[in-house]
Design a protein. Structure first.
Length: 742
């Protein structure tokens, strides 16, 4: 049974009506830009939320419903002087600044207090040379993010004044906005670094400037469409501010790669003497079909992340899915339309020597660098497999000591004043004024058992040096919900804070509330982070099972074999494991991190391993499908496994290497950013793609296929009823004599 959809017919239809197809894409691009300009800013958030009900989310929901309404953003203005806070000049500066903040109005700031009003000793540093002005922003967290700029402006103006004072601000809204600013800066610099390198690689791969420009156009179109989809879908579901970086990174990578495969196949068919329409049709039916199934594999891998009930995974996965689908659609329609108009002019503005070398190379005949590599590996397949697999397994060893966490404010670039302010809060104050640990008690707060339990909990926590003083107990009007907040000086993203929350939940609360008729939930930013780590760990097996299972089924249908998908999964897990290990080695262990310009941190982003698994598994399958489709194409023509493998490696070696170098350049550009999360993601992706295109595709694939021989294509007779989805249609290319089955 064969499916009815044909990428060949789609390419032919697009080539027959090129202006219509191009016009539709131009309209789509213009509409996308309009949607981005008018809608995008309102759908991005720096907040990460659960879509299920872990303890921290349950506590926040109780507070919002029965005590304080939507979660507020706590901020702290820090004033550091060269005189004691008791001096009149210090008091005048602080009270004047507090008055200016209050003057912004209740729509911006809900409250702002000073030590001089409350006589709260925790608002003054131990040396008496600094004080803080706690601020509660009006509205919810997103409203605070919009309004905090007015407060920051006042702080910057106060800092600019003479008088021997330094003024800083740090808190949920300022830190979130600084992360957004850093992400935008990283995105701009990554594009500036990666695009020229990608264009240069395309020129070297194609040997012509015109051919190199087409993939860039397709990538930009796919990115614009995907970001517009985020802007539209975001009217219902908010997206992480990081999603634009993700779309740009993935769009450049897959958009350029997919079009590289199609344009290369078109030029190859023209060299064989096919007319332009037929060359487009063959490219659509072969490379285009491989692109379709490669894209589907990437989407399947990303779909697994949607099962994680956390907005970071869901928003980033959705953005990546959007751009992959847009890139596939553009490769199958827009690219054939462009090629039908450009024709052989795609080879204009040739690069001397490069184009000549390409024109003189005959992939049908044995010889060349990649042919020698494949045959050398296949001469000693056992040694090749053992050495290559052993290297990747050794590289993965550091992963077993991974410590998962998240990037806190202390990982921001030193130039950001929210980071500077937080470090002062951490060292000179109880930093929990901004991010306290919050214990929510659902019960009869005035009853003796509950009241006694609250007192007992306060005593227990006061003996733990990682917690600061408790704030006064807050009780709702009906007396059935209480909030007991403990200051938590550590960075809420740190191991120290996470361990403190774990002790609070597992030891102190059970001891104090054992046998008491009250439901207790520990929440706050540190608790939310801890729940995020636990949630990711619990859902990882399900995501792995979903991605591996569906990928196996798709590849089995594409190649009509149970051996090919099983081997592809094992090889991809090897490259992913090696990438994990190297991330831990560089970022957590600090090996060569300064050489790369990376920060050494105590933990790896909690979402990174699972997200990298999905991304890398999908992207690795791009190359695997493209390579194996050429091998299967030649095997079906000749029946000779060894020659088919050599042909597949030499016919795709230049393209896969070029595509991999482009991805490495794109991901490496993002790794050079300031945000640790970007550094870890970009480095992990770049390393994995490099290993995949070298060790996996050049050594392990040909060696393992040589060992297995015809068994590579084994499909049990009981599965012969499966539909035929072949990744390559037969191009009817002539087969050189001597390569028939023996």
């Amino acid at each position: 049974m064969a499916i009815g959809f044909s990428t060949r017919s789609l390419a032919q239809a697009s080539a027959r009506r090129p202006w219509t197809v191009i016009g539709l894409w131009v309209v789509g691009f213009v509409v996308s830009m309009a949607l981005i300009g008018s809608l995008l800013s309102d759908v991005l958030t720096t907040q990460a939320e659960f879509t299920n009900q872990p303890e921290s989310k349950r506590g926040l929901d109780l507070l919002e419903a029965r005590l304080r309404g939507p979660q507020k953003a706590n901020e702290a203005i820090i004033v550091v002087g060269q005189i004691n806070v008791s001096e009149s000049a210090f008091r005048s500066r602080v009270e004047g600044l507090a008055a200016e903040v209050r003057a912004l109005g209740s729509a911006v700031v809900e409250s702002a207090t000073t030590f001089y009003e409350t006589q709260d000793a925790t608002l003054v540093s131990a040396d008496g040379m600094a004080t803080i002005i706690p601020i509660v922003m009006a509205g919810d967290l997103d409203t605070a993010s919009d309004n905090i700029a007015a407060v920051v402006h006042l702080v910057e103006a106060a800092q600019a004044e003479a008088g021997g004072f330094e003024v800083f601000i740090s808190g949920i809204a300022t830190v979130g906005n600084d992360f957004t600013e850093a992400a935008d800066s990283d995105l701009q610099r990554a594009e500036f670094r990666a695009l020229p390198i990608a264009l240069l690689i395309l020129v070297l791969v194609f040997g012509a400037l015109v051919a190199a420009i087409a993939p860039m156009i397709l990538a930009f179109v796919a990115i614009a469409v995907a970001v517009a989809l985020v802007a539209v879908v975001g009217q219902v579901f908010e997206f992480s501010f990081f999603v634009v970086n993700m779309i740009t990174m993935m769009g450049l990578a897959v958009g350029i790669d997919y079009s590289l495969f199609v344009v290369s196949r078109f030029r190859e068919e023209r060299t064989r003497g096919r007319a332009v329409p037929e060359a487009i049709a063959v490219a659509g039916g072969t490379a285009g079909r491989a692109v379709l199934f490669s894209g589907l594999t990437v989407v399947i891998a990303l779909l697994g992340l949607l099962f994680v009930p956390h907005t970071i995974f869901q928003s980033l996965a959705s953005g990546a899915i959007f751009v992959v689908l847009a890139a596939v659609a553009a490769s199958l329609t827009l690219l054939p339309a462009i090629l039908s108009l450009v024709g052989d002019r795609v080879n204009r503005l040739k690069v001397p020597f490069v184009q000549q070398a390409q024109e003189s190379y005959d992939e049908q005949a044995a010889g060349g660098f990649w042919d020698r590599v494949a045959r050398t590996v296949m001469r000693r397949p056992v040694v090749s497999v053992v050495v290559a697999a052993g290297f990747l397994a050794a590289a993965s060893i550091p992963y077993f000591s991974i410590d998962l966490g998240t990037s806190g404010v202390s990982t921001l670039p030193e130039s950001f004043r929210s980071r500077q302010g937080f470090l002062i809060l951490e060292s000179s104050f109880d930093g929990g004024q901004v991010n306290p640990a919050e214990v929510v008690i659902d019960g009869d707060i005035g009853s003796a058992p509950v009241s006694g339990a609250i007192d007992a909990l306060t005593r227990l926590v006061s003996q733990d040096g990682d917690f600061g003083p408790a704030r006064p107990l807050e009780v709702n009007q009906s007396g059935d919900l209480g909030l007991l907040a403990f200051q938590l000086p550590a960075d809420p993203a740190s191991d120290e804070a996470g361990n403190a929350i774990d002790r609070l939940r597992s030891s102190y609360v059970p001891q104090a509330f054992g046998g008491v008729d009250a439901d207790v939930a520990v929440t706050g930013l540190a608790a939310t982070n801890l729940d995020s780590y636990d949630l990711t760990a619990s859902r990882t097996p399900f995501v792995f099972a979903f991605v591996l299972g569906l990928s196996f089924l798709l590849l089995m249908l594409v190649f009509r074999s149970i051996v090919v998908p099983a081997k592809a999964i094992v090889l991809n897990l090897l490259s992913v494991g090696a990438a994990y290990g190297l991330i831990v080695l560089v970022f957590q262990k600090g090996f060569l991190n300064e050489v790369f310009g990376f920060q050494q941190v105590e933990s790896i982003e909690f979402w990174l391993p699972l997200f990298l698994f999905a991304i890398l598994f999908g992207l690795s399958m791009d190359y695997h499908v493209f390579l194996l489709s050429r091998i299967r194409e030649r095997f079906d023509q000749t029946g000779n496994n060894t020659e088919a493998v050599a042909f597949g490696v030499r016919s795709t070696g230049r393209l896969i290497t070029g595509a991999a170098l482009i991805m490495v350049a794109v991901f490496g550009g993002f790794a050079m950013g300031d945000l640790v999360m970007m550094q870890q993601m970009g480095f992990g992706l770049a390393v994995a793609i490099f290993l995949d295109a070298t060790v996996i595709r050049s050594v392990l694939v040909p060696a393992s296929m040589k060992l297995l021989g015809d068994r590579n294509w084994y499909l049990p007779p009981v599965l012969s009823w499966l539909p035929r989805l072949g990744a390559e249609e037969q191009a009817s290319a002539p087969v050189p004599e001597g390569q028939a089955a023996q």
